[in-house]
Design a protein around this ligand. Structure first.
Ligand code: GUN
Length: 299
């Protein structure tokens, strides 16, 4: 039987605004203790997508009263120069969070750059220490996209406890950390998690079992209605830019889920844009305030 009504839309814009308003309050409370949370945003090169992301992060900082320290390095920048800057930021007491925008130009090792950031300033949650702590169920910084998915589920009333969550995609920045986060023995988690990927045989067999289905493999509209269980909650992490002659920019964004068809079967679904995307900056700001609080406590 097909559901007569279309899925509830999980509004990432609205939920991210709520989170950001809470962060604004936290920033004001810290200011009363003479602490101004500071985020260093490092951009190497001139990748257009990275420039857009970095601008949005810096703008959000300004709006919330978080100090942002912009560092733009040329595309030709050596690894040594970037590592020297990271070292300076590690030692700068006004900087609580450090974000090095990915991807980096080919001459720089992303791994060495990420590992140079002090784990207590790693608001992106990419440092192996934070990744390991997440897996161990310890206090840590969680990467912003998985943290955003988790918060969206919690705040829209879809508690993953005891549910079967199927994640399609095994990347280090989404699939793997999200699996670790949702299988945690913790409030807002406690899910049974299955991770599918490009080598999974008979993918539909798993995705149709999902109470909560997360699409994070980076293939436009990969998840078709026949792969989704009636009444499932669907989280679409995909950000795919495709040509669209009808748009002024000539392109439009679509997710990893064939939205129109899947929305007819799902109980709830995140749109693209306006779903997981806006949550990532909100989680970055949450992590920055948390870093400021933790660092202040230690001093
Ligand atoms: N590039 C794409 N997404 C991200 C992100 O979340 N953090 C950083 N540092 N770079 C990115």
């Amino acid at each position: 039987m097909t559901r007569k009504r279309s899925a509830k839309i999980i509004d990432g814009k609205k939920i991210s605004k709520q989170v950001l308003e809470e962060v604004r309050g936290d920033v004001a409370a810290l200011k009363k203790k003479d602490i101004v949370p500071g985020l260093a945003v490092v951009l190497v090169g001139d990748d257009p997508a990275s420039q857009v992301y970095v601008r949005a992060k810096r703008r959000t900082c300004a709006d919330l009263g978080v100090a942002s320290f912009a560092h733009n390095l040329p595309k030709s920048c050596s690894e040594k120069r970037l590592l020297k800057l990271i070292d300076q930021l590690n030692n700068d007491p006004a900087v609580h969070g450090i974000l090095v925008q990915m991807p980096l130009p080919g001459q720089i090792s992303e791994k060495r750059a990420l590992e140079a950031i002090l784990p207590e300033k790693d608001v992106d949650g990419f440092h192996p220490i934070n990744v390991g702590r997440l897996l161990n169920g310890e206090e840590c910084f969680v990467a912003c996209t998985p943290a955003g998915c988790h918060t969206l589920l919690q705040r829209s009333g879809y508690d993953p406890a005891g549910k079967h969550v199927v994640i399609v995609g095994r990347s280090n920045i989404v699939g793997k950390p999200l699996a670790a986060l949702l299988m945690q023995k913790a409030e807002g988690a406690n899910a049974t998690v299955t991770v599918c990927h490009s080598r999974t045989r008979n993918m539909g067999k798993y995705t149709r079992e999902a109470d909560i289905l997360v699409a994070a493999m980076g293939v436009p509209e990969f998840i078709k209605p026949r792969m989704v269980r009636e009444g499932a909650v669907v989280i679409d992490v995909g950000v795919n830019r495709i040509p669209d002659a009808g748009k002024k920019s000539g392109t439009r964004l679509i997710g990893d889920v064939a939205f129109a068809g899947v929305a007819k079967k799902a109980r709830a679904i995140t749109p693209v844009p306006g779903g997981v995307g806006p949550m990532t900056i909100a989680m970055l700001m949450t992590n920055t305030v948390k870093a400021a609080r933790l660092i202040a406590k230690r001093r």
